[in-house]
Design a protein around this ligand. Structure first.
Ligand code: AMP
Ligand code: GLY
Length: 423
């Protein structure tokens, strides 16, 4: 099978690494890819935003299957265009991608299908949002409706903080994403991420993960795209997984199908495990980054037939086997991230890895033959172990061999799980 992978982050490097191991694969291309992905795929210089150019490339090269990594091309309708041309595509339609693209859309599905989530209201003007906040009191959560690169959410501990978050949204801090605001109840508990494939009719539960969103140790400081992750999430016991499937995933699939937007792709459910059980915080419609990296390290099955079955409505014909060994990834980011940071700083050495360890490229490029850091999040140093503690020790031992002066990382990725292991 000839496959085209869309994307250029650590998530896509992990997908490329795993796809390249498939006996079914004949050739792998990536648009635009990165130097890590180039170890496994032929990089193609096509502009992803130019859907006609992507379609032309697929036709010219007789591509059999397209895997879309990030959300932006999905929300922009790339999967729809490719499907209309007769291609098999992993990734939802633009209509179904609203599950990630509009928080209000998702909350309305939850309300209609009795999916456990924080009570909420949608607002298009500041005065009514503020009146609702004053009535509800704090803590309370204010969210820009649309895609805001992970920055549109304020978990407000005081009413004043919530009121100013409303002003930020309506005054354009998040651009068009903030034209509508969702105000929702604060959920107390432990967070976990749950990944599940859907072909519109059948579901296949994958695995769980926990990430570290804050930039600072002890989960402090501003939010980022994720500074590290591990899988599985200890809080997601088999009972919690079963309840998540029954109470959240299955009604969502039914709701999407009945609304005319059957969901094909991966559900990345952000959950809060509260005293009542799993509650939905949000959906993403693509693999998490860096959660995908730890999932791919633990997946024993061939990834390609599983993704292809998702795209072709045959998910009931495949299974996914997982290693019991936990995997952990540490993100190395450019100093200054998530604020401003220097670009094109040299990365002098990346250690050889293997045997359950791998350094994935997230934001690198080749400049005159030399490897440089171009993104905020740049490398994902990933390892497995018999315990999260062992995976962590192996990941940091590998990371200490990376020679990149402008890089930094958190030194406590996995702390919650390790505390549990020691208890
Ligand atoms: P989101 O972009 O919706 O995932 O929100 C970002 C982060 O804000 C989540 O990972 C949670 O840590 C937090 N958060 C979002 N909604 C809630 C909520 N209703 N209650 C508590 N924390 C929340
Ligand atoms: N790591 C969080 C995300 O991919 O959205």
């Amino acid at each position: 099978m000839k496959v085209l992978l869309i994307g250029s982050g650590g998530r896509e490097h992990a997908l490329a690494w795993k796809l390249a191991q498939s006996p079914v694969l004949t050739e792998l291309f990536a648009v635009p890819g990165n130097p890590g992905i180039a170890e496994h795929a032929t990089l193609v210089a096509v502009n992803v935003d130019d859907h006609d150019a992507v379609i032309a490339f697929c036709k010219d090269n007789s591509i059999d299957f397209i895997v879309v990594g990030p959300e932006a091309p999905l929300v922009a309708g790339l999967a729809d265009r490719l499907r209309a041309e007769g291609f098999a595509v992993f990734g939802p339609s633009a209509a179904a991608a609203q599950l990630e693209g509009s928080k209000g859309f998702t909350k309305d599905i939850c309300a209609r299908y009795d999916i456990p989530t924080g009570a909420y209201q949608r607002f298009t003007d500041a005065p009514s949002a503020k009146a609702y906040i004053r009535e509800q009191g704090a803590p309370i959560v204010v969210k820009a409706d649309g895609l805001a690169a992970g920055k549109g959410v304020t978990v407000a501990m005081t009413v004043d903080e919530a009121l100013s978050a409303v002003d930020d949204c309506f005054e354009g801090a998040f651009g068009a994403a903030g034209a509508e605001v969702v105000v929702e109840a604060y959920l107390d508990g432990e967070e976990a991420s749950f990944f599940c494939l859907s072909d519109g009719t059948h579901a296949l539960a994958l695995a769980t993960a926990q990430d570290h969103k804050r930039v600072g140790e002890g989960d402090t400081g501003p939010n980022t795209g994720g500074m590290g992750a591990y899988s599985p999430a200890p809080v997601m016991t088999p009972e919690m997984v079963e309840r998540t499937m029954k109470e959240i995933i299955e009604p969502t699939m039914r709701g999407m199908a009945e609304s005319g937007y059957p969901f094909s792709g991966v559900f990345f459910a952000g959950l809060m495990i509260t005293k009542k059980g799993p509650e939905l915080i949000e959906y993403n419609v693509r693999f998490g980054d860096p959660e995908c990296q730890v999932l791919m390290m633990r997946l024993k099955s061939d990834l390609l037939p599983i993704l292809h079955a998702t795209a072709t409505g045959t998910l009931n014909k495949v299974t996914a086997e997982w290693s019991d060994d936990p995997a952990l990834t540490v993100v190395m980011a450019a100093k200054g991230y998530p604020g401003s940071y220097e670009k094109n700083t040299p990365i002098n050495a990346i250690p050889e890895a293997g045997g359950g360890a791998k350094v994935f490229h997230a934001g690198t490029a080749l400049k005159d033959g030399a490897l440089v850091a171009t993104g905020g999040r740049v490398l994902n140093v990933t390892a497995t172990g018999k315990t999260v503690g062992e995976a962590q020790a192996r990941a940091y031992a590998l990371l200490d061999k990376v020679e990149w002066d402008n890089g930094f990382c958190r030194r406590d990725i996995g702390w919650q799980a390790i505390k549990r292991e020691k208890a």
